[in-house]
Design a protein around this ligand. Structure first.
Ligand SMILES: NC(=O)c1ccc[n+]([C@@H]2O[C@H](COP(=O)([O-])OP(=O)(O)OC[C@H]3O[C@@H](n4cnc5c(N)ncnc54)[C@H](OP(=O)(O)O)[C@@H]3O)[C@@H](O)[C@H]2O)c1
Length: 339
């Protein structure tokens, strides 16, 4: 039996438990070229909120009654594919469910790493690669420049800031609380971190970056974005990675085009899936940096598929630090179809 979390109804402004439903479903017999995966680890990512809505976006919405999408790692327990055998560890869009019937073209063997395989869903996987593209390709930090990262304690932001630090930049994180700021400075080694909910924001920003900001890695949007634009220097770059503060609303910002022109600023949005051809090369570099201890990784593992909806909701309420992973089954639980 396959336990699944499906999309029961679409969120209005905020995601609630009511949007999800847990069901038991039969497992379809495998067709030629397919494998059955027992899902072990599920990654929770903010972009799924956008896919729960029918708002026009760069990717199609999850169908009502469909399994909620998500990247995961699991083990092949049955195979009708000549590319994968029982016992292979694979990664792919396995979804919020305990089992996944997958076409072999939609999964990959996980690379061997000297650290927890779950990090392949975080700093050494899609979020880390996102951080790399936004920081190294768009923000392009130079030694001595000031680079700011919003949602700095999150899965993407934490890697983005550490990459900027490795380039010799003066790195400022922005996050919601003093506690998260302590983590960003003490563990991630950013030079500064500012809590944006503090009454002294954004005047604290002026004091922390008296010479302005040369690059912004933007994960948040909303009023934070409006606060940052006036602080940006001539020839500065802003990578728009995410707009988590804008929820499912369309939010408009007034940007003075004359300021953009006069400052010769670059503001560029990007989507990591447009860069699939570079994933392997970037992932290898991230793995090396993690192994060398140059990138610190933090993840929180919550046990049980039934806890996925609440943990996902927590992402939007600032209750999370680092990468959020759901543990679905352990290696010991794996029923072997073929000895
Ligand atoms: N462009 C791409 O291809 C791509 C790929 C992956 C992710 N993304 C985007 O990158 C961003 C970061 O992703 P992630 O996986 O690392 O998630 P994340 O940053 O860990 O997301 C959770 C954090 O977002 C912050 N947040 C939530 N609601 C907020 C609000 N209303 N205002 C300000 N901050 C809020 C909170 O941090 P605080 O407590 O610090 O506020 C929360 O802990 C997201 O916007 C995501 O959609 C984009």
């Amino acid at each position: 039996m396959n336990t699944q979390i499906i999309l029961r109804n679409r969120p209005n402004q905020t995601v609630t438990q009511d949007n999800f439903q847990c069901i038991d479903a039969d497992i379809e017999p495998l067709k030629n070229g397919q494998v059955l995966v027992l899902n072990q680890w599920l990654s929770l990512d903010p972009y799924v909120r956008g896919r729960m809505s029918e708002r026009k976006s760069y990717a199609p919405a999850i169908a009502l009654g469909g399994v909620v999408m998500g990247e995961g790692i699991g083990v092949v327990i049955d195979s009708q594919s000549d590319q994968f055998k029982v016992g292979d560890k694979v990664i792919g869009m396995l979804g919020w469910q305990t089992h996944a019937v997958m076409n072999s073209s939609a999964i990959k063997l996980i690379p061997h790493t000297p650290f927890s395989e779950t990090w392949l869903l975080g700093a050494a996987g899609m979020p880390g690669i996102t951080a790399w593209i936004g920081m190294m390709d768009i923000c392009k930090p130079q030694a001595g420049e000031t680079i700011l990262i919003t949602s700095a304690a999150g899965s993407v932001g934490s890697v983005a800031g550490q990459l900027a630090k490795l380039q010799g930049a003066n790195v400022i994180g922005v996050t919601s609380s003093e506690e998260k700021c302590a983590y960003v400075q003490d563990v991630l080694n950013f030079d500064h971190c500012l809590p944006y909910k503090h009454s002294s924001w954004p005047s604290n920003l002026n004091k922390t970056a008296p010479n302005g900001i040369d690059g912004v890695f933007e994960n948040v949007g909303g009023t934070l974005f409006d606060d940052l634009i006036p602080q940006m220097n001539p020839f500065s770059r802003m990578a728009i990675c995410g707009l988590i503060a804008e929820g499912l609303e369309e939010q408009f910002h007034s940007i003075n085009l004359r300021t953009l022109l006069a400052k010769r600023m670059l503001i560029q949005g990007f989507i990591v899936s447009d860069h699939v051809s570079r994933w392997r090369e970037i992932q290898k570099q991230l793995i090396d940096l993690i192994v060398e201890g140059k990138i610190q990784v933090h993840e929180k593992i919550t046990e049980g598929l039934q806890n996925a909806p609440q943990t996902f909701i927590d992402l939007f309420e600032g209750r999370c630090l680092g990468k959020q992973i759901i543990k679905l089954s352990s290696v010991l639980d794996i029923p072997r179809k073929h000895p």
